[in-house]
Write a protein that binds this ligand. Structure first.
Ligand SMILES: Cc1cc2nc3c(=O)[nH]c(=O)nc-3n(C[C@H](O)[C@H](O)[C@H](O)COP(=O)(O)OP(=O)(O)OC[C@H]3O[C@@H](n4cnc5c(N)ncnc54)[C@H](O)[C@@H]3O)c2cc1C
Length: 190
């Protein structure tokens, strides 16, 4: 996708952290006038023209994400090192129109999301799931184990899922759906 977009004139700039936006109030509408950013620890800004269009990602489910391992749980990062929530907090100070980020980012432990990937030798789990749901891998939706107290949910993608995935290996992705959308089917005592 990056290759296609670059070929079509998109200029990706990496390593820029947007810290704030400056607004111009023209009575009934507010315009973004300047973008404040940090690049190589130097604070800089971009002055915008009147017909520039600014699209901003405010907050992100992957902000401050961390990886676990086979032996340790991922660390919970609560001090918002990542810029996306800070940016939203800064914008929200300007006007109530920009929402209330604190509703979402003030209790990270309660709003965090966890996901993981399971790698199997063989296809036993995939066969059992196919018998249960009637869906071959890649044709069904997200399945939630409704009696799991964190609503563990699995997604069985078409196999092989990865380029060069060995033939006898199956891989599925799973997540905690306690705080997000519930799945479409369920397993009792799963
Ligand atoms: C583990 C996982 C699996 C998923 N699987 C699927 C799936 O199978 N199918 C599906 O449809 N969706 C899936 N999603 C959801 C999907 O990835 C997101 O909905 C989508 O990426 C959101 O796109 P976005 O452009 O809004 O934000 P993002 O992809 O989060 O992009 C935002 C970008 O902005 C950057 N950014 C944030 N703040 C700043 C700042 N202050 N300054 C500069 N840059 C900043 C971030 O670094 C990031 O690169 C999954 C998400 C996760 C976490």
């Amino acid at each position: 996708m990056i290759k296609w977009l670059t070929e079509n004139g998109v200029n990706f700039k990496l390593g820029y952290r947007v810290t704030d936006l400056n607004f111009k109030d023209s009575g009934d509408t507010m315009f973004v006038d300047r973008i404040q950013y940090v690049k190589d620890e130097i604070h800089q800004q971009i002055q915008l023209k009147e017909d520039d269009l600014v699209l901003v990602t405010i907050g992100s489910m992957t902000a401050d994400s961390s990886l676990g391992s086979m032996h340790s749980a991922p660390k919970l990062i609560t001090d918002k090192k990542d810029g996306s929530w800070k940016l939203w907090e800064n914008i929200a100070k300007v006007s109530p129109e920009f929402g209330r980020p604190f509703v979402f980012d003030s209790r990270v432990g309660e709003s965090k999301w966890e996901s993981f990937t399971v790698t199997f030798q063989g296809d036993t789990f995939f066969s059992l799931m196919e018998q249960f749901s009637g869906n071959a891998a890649g044709t069904g939706g997200l399945v939630t184990f409704k009696d799991s107290n964190w609503l563990m949910s699995v997604v069985l993608a078409y196999q092989p899922n990865f380029i060069d995935q060995p033939e006898n290996i199956t891989v599925f992705w799973a997540m905690d759906c306690f705080r997000i959308t519930r799945g479409t089917s369920s397993i009792k005592n799963g």
